[in-house]
Design a protein around this ligand. Structure first.
Ligand code: MD3
Ligand code: FE
Length: 204
């Protein structure tokens, strides 16, 4: 099996079943206040297949006119994003190894046919902070390469309860989700996958 790029930590089953259920309950409460929306690609207006929402001081979004960005309010309701639940902040404290608070938690929902093309996360001002990602629900095939487009990539199965920490050299790695394997987890009420991505956005 190919080794992970430098700076990537994959922690399989970092969250046990009880922790996953508790986290999911908190995420459902967030989605109740800040409904999932369909992000739209800059310029082309093409909808992404993933639905998303956020909690925390800042949330990531994209739309046709404004492009990729962070903002403090929901694009549909106009309300501030709900605060990050304590359970989410606790994940950052446990896994990030970074002495400043997280500012954004992006919640991605993948229906079985959703995917995410290879991209870099570079809308943050602080690349010194790692990104912490948590998978809930069905397995996915995740792909990650180096920080240049077109290089070698490796594929990784992410399962419910897995945590990924992307720091150092991997912070600007290209990555994406090739497919969802519907029916591999019983956690969610519907087939699909939820990914939480915790980030520091501004330089501390
Ligand atoms: C590697 N989300 O929201 S999480 C994203 O599963 C995103 O929803 C995917 O890519 C998902 O931007 C992947 C794992 C992840 C997150 C951030 C990264 C991997 C990363 C940042 C740099 C390198
Ligand atoms: Fe990403």
């Amino acid at each position: 099996m190919a080794s992970l790029p430098e700076g990537v930590q994959h922690l399989p089953a970092a969250l046990d079943a009880d922790e996953q259920r508790a986290l999911l309950a908190d995420i459902r409460a967030v989605v109740g206040k800040a409904p999932l929306f369909v992000p739209v690609m800059p310029r082309t207006g093409k909808p992404m297949s993933v639905k998303m929402t956020n909690c925390g001081a800042l949330g990531w979004l994209t739309d046709k006119l404004g492009g990729y960005r962070y903002q403090p309010t929901h694009p549909v309701t106009g309300a501030p994003w709900p605060p990050m639940p304590d359970s989410v902040v606790a994940l950052w404290d446990r896994f990030a190894g970074y002495p400043h608070a997280p500012e954004a938690c992006l919640i991605n929902f993948y229906a079985p046919d959703a995917r995410m093309g290879l991209h870099q996360d570079r809308d943050e001002d602080d690349f010194d902070a790692p990104v912490v990602s948590v998978s809930l629900g069905d397995d996915c095939r995740f792909r990650i390469g180096g920080s240049k487009r077109g290089g070698k990539t490796i594929s990784l199965r992410l399962q419910s309860g897995d945590v990924l920490v992307l720091g150092g050299a991997s912070r600007l790695a290209y990555h994406g989700v090739d497919r969802i394997d519907a029916g591999t987890s019983m956690l969610l009420k519907q087939p699909g996958r939820i990914n939480l991505t915790l980030r520091r956005v501004t330089a501390p």
